[in-house]
Design a protein around this ligand. Structure first.
Ligand code: ATP
Ligand code: CA
Ligand code: CA
Length: 435
């Protein structure tokens, strides 16, 4: 915030920045529409395109009063292909991002990145550092090879990478999927890493309506963890295992699990307490009108858990926990239960995308939104030094800055043992049996 009280980023007024980004993306996407469809070539991962947007306008760009700027699109053809793979049409993409003003959301993180949410809640635009953008570009071919091989993933989906250039400043913007639809009321929101060192929300953060809590806070609020039906647990752990392997292979660390928890029973009680059966999102609740923009809502996150098809027998490993889980529950049972609960709680199934159902240790029913975020931090010298230094002072195990292999292992163990629990007797369950 500058002395006049205007929000700025790198001294660029935030509203000008936002409008310029919208115009930059609009132009980039419509220009791309004239490029013929073709397969992605390796060179597409390296190509960039830069366009000048002067205030006076050009033959190709409209006049505006946000100051002259350049707008760079990284790997335009490659990203177009990825958006197609996620079934996002150029029109939908453009409309989501450009039609309505973006909503600025506060970032509890330390990095100082700006976050914008599109009005229809489909996409998040995050400003990223130069090193993160470079890293993503390097990663892109392999990262998408993974997504194509394994569309069921908790990893973030990246739909575009851009750079706004003006006043001698570069602002790099990454477009990704939004994990937490705002029409849902979250009773808790967690950013979990599997480390306890320094992992609790600040007092300032806790004063927010829905603070982003951390690992230590999780243990406080969910001392017994979260219980999932066996098949959901089994599938979720298998996703963690695959995704962590990918991240580890890229020497990535410091990523989190973002967890948005809607407590169905608490919510029903709150509504009864108000003496009506109003829907979440009624005027006196902090949520927005639940029908707002619903017509435009599409679910990208069906690639996450909700669409988890029942594994075919050939795919399933033999014996061990897998066989045990198979006997315990079926996906269609879970699906039926989900539909019933959502109807009862007045939650639109379209909104919930990749959410899963769980229970607290007391049996309260939870609707859980989740995804892995912030994956562009890779192991480099700075981190190594930091680790060596911190290890001198603290027990090395509990520090969130450590080697990617160790980070991945600790992360998975934390999710499998502290955050989520299956309904089987733990004695019958072994983490190493997860495929
Ligand atoms: P730091 O590097 O300091 O940890 P950061 O600026 O890189 O922070 P992230 O860790 O990526 O930021 O995200 C910060 C917060 O923004 C998350 O805790 C979460 O509340 C929100 N957020 C990030 N990505 C998403 C997403 N894809 N969907 C919904 N919310 C998100
Ligand atoms: Ca983070
Ligand atoms: Ca970060």
């Amino acid at each position: 915030v500058d002395p006049e009280g205007n929000v700025t980023f790198k001294r660029v007024p935030s509203n000008k920045l936002m409008q310029s980004i919208q115009e930059g993306i609009r132009h980039s996407v419509s220009k791309l529409a004239s490029e013929p469809e073709r397969d992605v070539l390796f060179t597409d991962f390296e190509n960039t395109e830069i366009v000048l947007h002067p205030e006076a306008g050009t033959k190709y760009t409209p006049a505006h009063n946000n100051g002259d700027f350049h707008f760079k699109t990284y790997a335009p053809i490659a990203f177009r292909h990825f958006r197609e793979a996620f079934e996002i049409s150029p029109d939908d993409y453009m409309m989501s991002i450009c039609l309505e003003p973006l909503i600025e959301i506060s970032n509890p993180g330390a990095s100082g990145s700006l976050f914008y949410l599109t009005e229809d809640e489909m996409f998040i635009l995050k400003t990223v550092e130069h090193s993160e953008a470079e890293f993503l570009l390097k990663l892109l071919p392999q990262y998408y090879m993974n997504i194509v091989q394994n569309p069921r993933t908790l990893l973030p989906k990246f739909f575009g990478l851009y750079c706004y250039k003006a006043f001698g400043k570069n602002v790099r913007i990454l477009v990704m999927d939004n994990i937490l639809p705002r029409r849902i009321k979250y009773h808790h929101k967690f950013d979990l890493k599997g480390s306890s060192y320094n992992r609790f929300a600040s007092e300032k953060e806790k004063t927010k309506t829905v603070p982003t809590l951390k690992d230590v806070d999780f243990a406080e609020h969910y001392p017994g963890g979260i219980f999932l039906d066996n098949e959901t647990y089994y599938q979720l752990m298998s996703l963690f295992k695959r995704d962590c392997l990918v991240l580890q292979s890229f020497k990535i660390m410091d990523y989190s699990l973002l967890l948005g928890i809607h407590n169905i029973d608490t919510d029903l009680k709150e509504q009864q307490g108000k003496g009506d059966d109003s829907q979440p999102g009624s005027p006196d609740s902090p949520q927005e009108d639940p029908t707002k923009g619903l017509g435009r809502t599409r679910s990208i996150n069906r690639h996450r858990l909700a669409a988890m098809p029942r594994t075919t027998p050939e795919e399933e490993p033999r014996g061990g926990s897998a066989a045990f889980f198979r006997q315990q529950s079926t996906q269609s049972q879970a699906y039926d239960e989900m539909s019933k609960i959502l109807a009862q709680a007045h939650i639109d199934p379209d909104v919930i995308g990749g959410a899963i159902l769980g229970k607290t240790a007391n049996g309260e029913r939870l609707l859980i939104f989740l995804g892995i975020i912030d994956i562009l931090q890779y192991w480099r010298l700075r981190k190594k030094l930091e680790h060596a230094f911190k290890s001198l002072i603290h027990d090395g195990n509990t520090i969130s800055v450590c080697h990617p292999t160790y980070y991945a292992k600790r992360y998975q163990e934390f999710m499998a043992e502290k955050v989520f629990h299956p309904q089987v007797d733990p004695a019958n369950f072994r983490l190493q049996d997860i495929p």
